[in-house]
Design a protein around this ligand. Structure first.
Ligand code: HEC
Length: 137
């Protein structure tokens, strides 16, 4: 009796975890940040990053930050690894000067320029850990 009563609960648990997994996968492939975050990030990028990385992230004295080569270089890492680098090392002339929220905004902009779609919920450091960098065309 005990076992048969436990089974439906286990089945429900499995269904719940399947739903959860599907949900987090869809968060991963799209909707990692909001359009507002990317917009704010574009302004920060233009003011503080484009001088070295280029208006179109094409790279000048600093490396390019968009395109298949950049994504290929970071492939297998997560957006949080990028966040960490930006927070601790950029802008090169004044590392650590961006507020955490600004780092997430500029990261959102970089994701947007690398074809990651915007969504309804904001990018956070915790969420960035679930966003895999995959090489895209
Ligand atoms: C004074 C020039 C300069 C400025 C300003 C600057 N960077 Fe950089 N950035 C560099 C250089 C040079 C590197 C390469 C460093 C290295 O390889 O050690 C780099 C590397 C990076 C990387 C890693 C790129 C890769 O291929 O791995 C990211 C991401 C990045 N910068 C983001 C930013 C962001 C975001 C800003 C603005 C907040 C910014 N940078 C401002 C010069 C700059």
């Amino acid at each position: 009796m005990k076992v048969s009563r436990a089974l439906p609960a286990i089945a429900l648990g499995l269904i719940a975890s399947a739903v959860f997994t599907t949900h987090s996968l869809s968060a991963q492939s799209g909707g990692a940040y909001t359009a507002d975050q990317a917009k704010a990030g574009a302004a920060i990028f233009a003011a503080q990053c484009s001088v070295c990385h280029g208006q179109k992230l094409e790279g000048i004295s600093g490396p390019q930050l968009a395109g298949p080569d950049f994504m290929g270089k970071w492939s297998g890492e997560t957006a949080d690894d990028l966040r960490d680098l930006i927070a601790s090392q950029m802008p090169l002339t004044n590392p650590g000067s961006l507020k955490p929220a600004e780092v997430l905004q500029v990261l959102s902009y970089i994701l947007q320029q690398n074809k990651y779609p915007a969504g309804d919920s904001a990018l956070t450091a915790a969420k960035a850990k679930t966003v895999k960098i995959v090489k895209q065309g």
